[in-house]
Design a protein around this ligand. Structure first.
Ligand code: URA
Length: 240
């Protein structure tokens, strides 16, 4: 993608609470400098080379943004607003940009780590069936987990008669026979619920706690977002 763009577009794209028309206004007011000189809003700049400042503060160029959301129940992982609110409504103004979407889906009643980004390439890599990026879930069940469950999941079970799952890793939780952690290397529709349902059990609470080798920040409250640093992005694609 070209890094050459109009100054007003650059500013509106990089600073979330400045609209394109506000950016023009800032330029007219002489609040925007390109390499130390006042600049017209329609001046072309190279986002990677030129030094841009607004009100004396340098604007660092970021091509994409990566947001960790701790999704609460009741929100859908979609960009379209149907009957339920979407996860995009939880992105605060300071992180919001055009073109954001959730990379991957959690069910409406599932909590936990959702990546929201405008980077289609990374999302494709993360979600491609071939990439097998790990997703780890904390699961609570209606009934005690059967003794043979870990072995059945590890062997690659078949669900709903013909869908074969990749081997998955179940870790028991100490002193609780109704809870576990489950790591999947793929993301079939309702997969965790369907795997347990196949064994006659029912998921009553589900939370995604990590993607690749990146864990959901334990201090991030439900419904809140934080920006993932560019240096950490690779962790989203790691196999653990
Ligand atoms: N598996 C499910 O059943 N639901 C989710 O939201 C994620 C994984």
């Amino acid at each position: 993608m070209s890094k050459i763009m109009r100054l007003d577009r650059f500013i509106a794209g990089q600073i979330s609470d400045i609209s394109r028309s506000a950016a023009k206004q800032y330029c007219r007011q002489g609040r925007v400098l390109v390499n130390g000189k006042k600049a017209a809003f329609d001046q072309k700049i190279d986002a990677e080379i030129d030094e841009i400042s607004v009100d004396g503060e340098k604007v660092r160029y970021k091509e994409h943004i990566y947001i960790m959301l701790n999704k609460p129940q009741g929100y859908v992982c979609s960009t379209r607003n149907g009957n339920s609110p979407t996860v995009l409504e939880l992105v605060p103004k300071r992180l919001y940009r055009c073109g954001l979407f959730p990379a991957g889906r959690l069910d409406k009643d599932t909590e936990g780590f959702v990546l929201i980004t405008d980077d289609g390439e990374l999302s494709h890599k993360m979600l491609s069936p071939k990439s097998h990026v790990d997703k780890r879930y904390y699961v609570e069940l209606k009934d005690d987990i059967r003794e043979d469950t870990a072995d059945i999941f590890a062997s690659g079970m078949t669900i709903d008669n013909n869908e074969v799952c990749l081997p998955a890793k179940l870790e028991r939780v100490k002193d609780n026979d109704k809870a576990c952690f489950l790591t999947l290397h793929e993301g079939k529709f309702h997969q965790v619920k369907r795997m347990f349902s196949q064994l006659g059990n029912e998921v009553v609470y589900l939370k995604r706690v990590s993607i690749g080798s990146m864990e959901l920040d334990r201090d991030l409250p439900l419904g809140e977002c934080l920006e993932i640093l560019h240096k950490d992005i690779q962790k989203l694609l790691d196999k653990t």
